[in-house]
Design a protein around this ligand. Sequence first.
Ligand SMILES: [Ca+2]
Ligand SMILES: [Ca+2]
Ligand SMILES: [Ca+2]
Ligand SMILES: [Ca+2]
Length: 468
Amino acid sequence: MYKSISMGVAALLLASTSSFADTYNVTSSSDSGNDTLRAAILDASSKKGPHTINVHTSDIVINKPLSYSGSDLLNIYGEGQTITSNGNFNIIESTNGADLAISSLNLIGPGGFDINNRGDINEDAGKGVFVDVRDDQEGIVNLILTDVKVANVANHGIHISDCNLADDCGGGGGGAGEGSPASISVTLNYVTVDNVGQGKMDADGLRVDERSIGSIHATINNSSFKNVGADGVELDEGQSGSVLVSVIDSSFIDNGTYCLPSILESFMPAEDEGEFDDYKIKENEIPAAVVGSPDDTCIEREVSLYDSGYVEEYEFGIDTDDGFDIDEAGPGDLTASIIDTMISGNFDEGLDFDEEGAGSINMIIVNSNSMNNSDDGYKHSESDDGDVNAYVLDSRAYENGGKGFVFEEEDEGNVAVTVVDVMTTANDDSDDTGLEVVQDDDGNGSLTILSSDISDGIDDDGVTITQK
Ligand SMILES: [Ca+2]
Ligand SMILES: [Ca+2]
Ligand SMILES: [Ca+2]
Ligand SMILES: [Ca+2]
């Protein structure tokens, strides 16, 4: 029995060694033809892998996607070259759920996108790197990018989709679709994502859609996400499975700008909110959904009615986005460590982490700054069964349009937040809150504050505070 397993492993090793020997060397910078990157990817698509492609050329301009349809690992090693797409399409895609590793390449789209120059009208908006997970896939799908820059594409910079609705999966608790049993692991080292997602609504720097069984593991080191139309990073985990994140020495700057308020404000109704007594105002008497703006999906309209059918209140809002957004739904935890990281100038929250269904939020934030974001600096919301556990060390939140740090826990479960050497100031949500900790419904709440300066005040509910 033992012997046959060993022989199986030896056979596997032999198979992979012989495949590795079948390495491709790209020596032509043409878009297609002999010795090109496209030819190597096409050939690899038709063979068992894993495959390795070494790119030794000058820069490459492509006229259509570099599309890998194999299901075994593809490694592409560049030497710092730039691959530019001369149209609005995906630059590199793994269409059959294969693991993909890319090193030392710049992937650059055509650019020039914004809400007035959309990339999704009568065409599909192009992405930088796209991995499409198969419906029947199992195990872990891996995407590893090292020393890679992605810029100027209309849609997501980097997208891994384990969701059968493709770009219509939506996000968060409202996210739809089914997926495979597989989990997703994404590792970014020295990756820059700049000026992507400006050609359509809800297009992120890095986007992971994980559905059905399986978790998301994201490791982000020495990387930056800036000038993205929607979130710098958005991780959406639906149904069972957890989100596990490690971010070190990275930045999330000036993201969430596609639905640009300075362009859309002139399309907002004169009265963009209202609150009424019962039997006063009918729904057809309040402003209708906005039409005729550059992208009407940017303008949200929320209406709540009394049982009588009359309007209780309504509100219009412009849907800007965050630096880093996580939505974990169904059974499973949201566990993240954010270390040596800068979060600044994002048009909604800096960090916006939401956990629903069974499971907890477990956070560690060390030596990080969140400032000048339009809403909260760091926001954590937990609902249903499960706790909020957070440890914040040597970190700062200042000059955010919302609160500095927010930890909200609802339903069954406890909240335990410890902050050490933390500074907050000039966060202005109209009631000046540097630190908000809320424990709702059943459970205990504790907030421990050591050698910290929360100069704009603490907002607490259901929490025992120990301060030294
Ligand atoms: Ca899955
Ligand atoms: Ca889950
Ligand atoms: Ca959960
Ligand atoms: Ca709870």
